[in-house]
Design a protein around this ligand. Structure first.
Ligand code: XMP
Length: 529
């Protein structure tokens, strides 16, 4: 199931802003995809000719890269991209690569540019049309190598250190189609009017149509799901998280009662979560939800297991087992899964041997479809997290679900260090509830990525009345993050931390100490296990 409208493709040379380019183009209303730089040219040929069944590719953007074009193992793309007869825009390394592949001179970095730089540009160039800034612009630079010369190119911008900071070079005989190169990054906020430059490329130069709004996405997806499932039954594992909730709602809008959601209470949920999910989806949104109380099965299976990976495996396996039992009863042909865009990109980067490797075995039901003879539908697989939030809003999912922090598949088992026992679960659950409540009360909840409590086996001394007693140590983790790839601890005011600590030691039985985790990711991860 794929979005089948016209698109722009960003070839990923590994630059830190590759995703951001995609995001900006989508925000400007054009569906944009990230593909590996070495994507087979045949695939692009089919797509530009509109023969891939996915809509036409109207333009190609080449991303930045940590490499220099002179390094022998630097990432490349096929030179045949210049024969596809569609406009190309190279950004930073992408611009250098165009120059290099077209026979230009790219000088190895003696004096690059980093940070904000003034660009002098030709206002009558179509790339800069509508910029009424007198031919000057503050742009963001981050490059070592410099393009020195490029025969046949028209220079449309320069800076103090880059004589060719923006250029265009014809790539069709009729001089109507060009490859553009810009040494700066229009996708970052530090570049003034960066959006306008991208807008010019997408609409003025590539002639894209505005086709990417969440409203049109929902409309098209509903039709697609109807077509694809053709009256068959579909099951969907509902966790109450934003991804599975949005998937379930979208499928339900398309096929109504032919969708059955399966919600498993594994005993590792947050305080009040099971009630909230059932109340929202069954009672308010009228979805068909099968509720499975599997708390005992999970806790029994987890008994005596200390190792984090082993816990994940047990939980993943049992989850699949139960899901399979329930799905069989329903007799479905399809499984709907809430895979989102970063999940796919990360696993594609990982499987292509790039640096992004799998750190923890994030469990999902990916192994299920083949095993059970189910066909998979992944209706939100093109979306980034905040696009999912917009779709969720569009579908009427309540704000309390939309704004809820992400929660790991293995649930509180990821936050109970060592063996999962009922006592530790109780402490983790109650303390996490207090953390959430206090952050909401102080206005911090919506400003952070995740906030929760962690508990392990270590004991520390406390005084209760006159008596000394041993109790648990609860660690608070509150992080800010972009898509969870990196994270930093939040510098919460001491008063907020103090309120959290006081409430936890007063209200949660068996806790004597509260600590705050101040390590970032990397080297730590967000969840402790
Ligand atoms: P880490 O701990 O790897 O977490 O820095 C990154 C993000 O992923 C969530 N997370 C998981 N999600 N299954 C999931 O579905 C898992 O096993 C899992 N482990 C971590 C975590 O909450 C954070 O947002």
């Amino acid at each position: 199931m794929t979005w089948n409208r016209d698109r722009v493709v960003v070839l990923d040379f590994g630059g830190q802003y590759s995703h951001l380019i995609v995001r900006r183009c989508r925000d400007l209303g054009v569906y944009t995809e990230l593909l590996p730089s070495d994507v087979p040219i045949e695939e692009l040929k089919k797509a530009t000719g509109g023969k891939s069944g996915k809509g036409k590719v109207r333009g190609i953007i080449l991303s930045g890269s940590p490499f220099s074009v002179h390094e022998p193992d630097s990432p490349r793309c096929s030179p045949e991209i210049f024969e596809l007869n569609i406009p190309i825009l190279g950004i930073c390394y992408g611009a250098q690569l165009i120059a290099y592949m077209r026979g230009g001179v790219v000088e190895e970095g003696r004096k690059g540019e980093f940070g904000r730089t003034e660009l002098f540009f030709k206002p009558d160039s179509e790339l800069f049309e509508g910029l009424n800034t007198g031919g000057r612009l503050n742009v963001w630079m981050s490059h070592g190598d410099v393009i020195r010369s490029l025969e046949g190119a028209e220079i449309i911008g320069y800076t103090k250190n880059s004589p060719i900071a923006a250029f265009r070079i014809p790539i069709s005989n009729s001089h109507t189609i060009y490859a553009y190169g810009i040494q700066f990054h229009p996708e970052v906020h530090h570049t003034d009017n960066g959006d306008k430059i991208l807008w010019n490329f997408l609409y003025r130069i590539c002639g894209c149509e505005r086709n990417w709004t969440m409203e049109s996405f929902v409309r098209d997806k509903i039709e697609e799901i109807k077509r694809e499932t053709g009256g068959s039954k579909v099951v969907c594992g509902l966790s109450g998280g934003i991804d599975s909730s949005t998937t379930a709602m979208l499928v339900s809008r398309a096929i109504g009662d032919n969708l059955t959601c399966i919600f498993i209470d594994n005993g590792l949920l947050r305080a009040g979560e099971a009630e909230e999910v059932l109340n929202t989806f069954r009672d308010r949104l009228k979805l068909k939800v099968v509720f499975v109380d599997a708390r005992e099965r999970f806790l029994n299976a987890l008994r005596g297991i200390n190792d984090a990976e082993a816990k994940r495996k047990v939980i993943g396996k049992l989850f699949i087992e139960i899901f399979e039992e329930e799905a069989k009863k329903i007799g479905a042909d399809f499984l709907a899964q809430g895979t989102i865009y970063p999940d796919r990109i990360e696993s594609a980067r990982a499987s292509s041997g790039s640096k992004a490797s799998r750190i923890k075995s994030h469990h999902n039901v990916g192994a299920l479809p083949a095993k059970m003879g189910l066909k998979l539908i992944e209706p939100i697989k093109e979306l980034y997290k905040d696009e999912v939030r917009e779709v969720a809003k569009e579908l009427g999912i309540p704000q309390s679900i939309i704004n809820r922090h992400p929660f790991p598949g293995p649930g509180l088992a990821a936050r109970v260090i060592g063996e999962v026992t009922e006592e530790k679960l109780r402490i983790c659950r109650e303390a996490s509830r207090i953390v959430e409540e206090e952050l909401k009360r102080s206005g911090w909840y919506d400003r952070v990525w995740q906030a929760f409590a962690i508990v392990g086996d270590d004991l520390a001394t406390g005084v209760l009345g006159d008596a000394r007693s041993l109790g648990r140590i609860v660690t608070i983790r509150v992080v800010e993050s972009v898509e969870a790839m990196t994270a930093d601890f939040v510098k919460l005011p001491y008063e907020v931390l103090e309120d959290i600590s006081r409430r936890i030691t007063n209200e949660v039985r068996g806790v004597t100490w509260v600590t705050y985790a101040i390590s970032s990711k990397p080297p730590s991860t967000i969840e402790p296990c």
